[in-house]
Design a protein around this ligand. Structure first.
Ligand code: AMP
Length: 407
């Protein structure tokens, strides 16, 4: 049943609440979550996807219901108005949100913390477009549309890169001419910061090592990165200037020899755009397996004996273990390895294989705990060595908390 478009509710007709809306606007999708911060719970979440195509649709899920409708107009203002209209019609939103939190991919060297959106902040996010040409314009469009629709609701920007601003130059510089860093900002920034910060803090609390700790977190979803955290600060991470560097991911290659560009140009006549597209969209698990970017599908295929799926899994796990080994050099102690993200939270096979590849660190996996994704604390290891923990990431809740804390 398609909804009628509501006119935009205004603050005068509504009362403020502890509802916080979290928005993650991409180039062809808008993800959203509504939180009741009085109880720190998620009231509803949803996705407007395939924007700009005939298949554009809005899906909303809440505790005991689901709603789906086609979207005929895909501009951000219409989609965001519709999201608030649907939340209202489904009786999930009774008051306008107190604040809207936005996930913003790239904050460059400008942002090391969440900020309330002002004209100056918008200008700085705009300046970072060159560093994230696909993501920042979409993030900006979402913020600007909501600022126009609801000028009285404060908006907060939370950056994927911010947590990694604590990296020292020795960790963030590439060994290319220094002026490229000074003039173009060519350096490693890192991403998934909200997730790494949350799961590391959560692991430290659960394990009772809040004051002093060394933790490595592995965020393994469709995008994958790992991070070394010392006493709550990011020391090093696997993604770089863009999210392409580092681990093998669903469709992204992770590290390759930079000489590959020239080789493919000479051998196949591929220009930079073709190679970049191949590395971002046709590589990783999809490229290696020739089958899928989805870990569940690949594990099932590997179990049935499909060799290329087995090979892709082996590369994924070895590369990850190799990077975890490298990240350990940024720490002076190692208390825990944390797995998170769709793969990290659910795949006992990946966790077991990575731990097997990390024998040198003395992790001792408890197979029974690993099979059920951890005990009450999420621990899947045994013995006196460093712990291995599975922690569900809560990026949206973290954005909601950061937004609330700022107003
Ligand atoms: P995310 O981007 O965090 O939603 O993670 C998506 C990835 O998690 C996909 O590759 C899924 O196949 C993978 N995933 C989700 N559940 C499982 C599972 N039970 N076993 C293996 N992989 C899973």
């Amino acid at each position: 049943m398609p909804l009628r478009m509501n006119s935009t509710p205004t603050l005068s007709g509504w009362t403020m609440s502890q509802n916080i809306l979290v928005i993650n606007s991409g180039s062809s999708s808008v993800k959203f979550s509504l939180f009741d911060m009085t109880h720190q719970t998620e009231t509803a979440s949803g996705l407007a996807e395939r924007l700009g195509s005939d298949a554009a649709a809005l899906t909303l899920r809440w505790a005991d219901g689901e709603y789906r409708q086609a979207l005929h107009d895909s501009d951000y203002a219409t989609v965001l108005t519709q999201i608030i209209a649907v939340l209202t019609e489904q009786q999930l939103l009774h008051h306008l949100p107190k604040v809207i939190g936005h996930r913003v991919v790239h904050g460059g060297e400008v942002f090391s913390d969440p900020v309330i959106v002002t004209d100056e902040v918008l200008a700085s996010i705009r300046q970072c477009i060159a560093l994230a040409p696909l993501h920042n314009p979409a993030n900006l469009a979402g913020i600007e549309a909501l600022a126009t629709l609801y000028p009285d609701i404060p908006q907060v920007a939370v950056f994927d890169t911010a947590f990694h601003q604590s990296l020292a130059p020795k960790a963030f510089l590439y060994a290319v001419p220094y002026k490229l860093y000074e003039q173009q900002g060519v350096r490693r920034y890192g991403f998934h910061g909200v997730s790494h910060q949350y799961v590391a803090a959560e692991a430290a609390t659960r394990l009772g090592i809040s004051a002093q700790h060394g933790i490595i977190s592995a965020h393994l979803g469709n995008g994958c990165s790992a991070c070394a955290v010392a006493n709550g600060q990011s020391m090093d991470t696997t993604m770089g200037m863009t999210p392409l560097e580092g681990l093998v991911m669903g469709t992204r290659s992770g590290d390759v020899d930079p000489g590959l560009h020239q080789f493919l140009y000479q051998q196949k006549g591929w220009d930079v755009e073709t190679v970049t597209n191949m590395l971002n969209k046709e590589s990783g698990m999809l490229g290696l397996s020739g089958l899928s970017n989805d870990m569940r599908t690949l594990e099932a295929a590997a179990n049935e004996g499909v060799e290329r799926a087995q090979l892709a899994l082996a590369v994924f796990c070895f590369r990850l273990a190799r990077h975890i080994g490298g990240l350990a050099t940024a720490l002076t102690r190692l208390d825990a390895l944390v797995f998170t993200g769709g793969i990290g939270e659910n795949s006992r096979f990946i966790r077991a294989t990575v731990i097997e590849n990390l024998a040198i660190f003395g992790f001792r996996l408890d197979n029974e705990l690993n099979a059920r994704n951890g005990d009450m604390l999420g621990v899947i290891s045994t013995g006196p060595g460093p712990k291995v923990v599975v922690i569900e990431t809560k990026e949206e809740l973290m954005i909601a908390r950061a937004a609330l804390a700022l107003i």
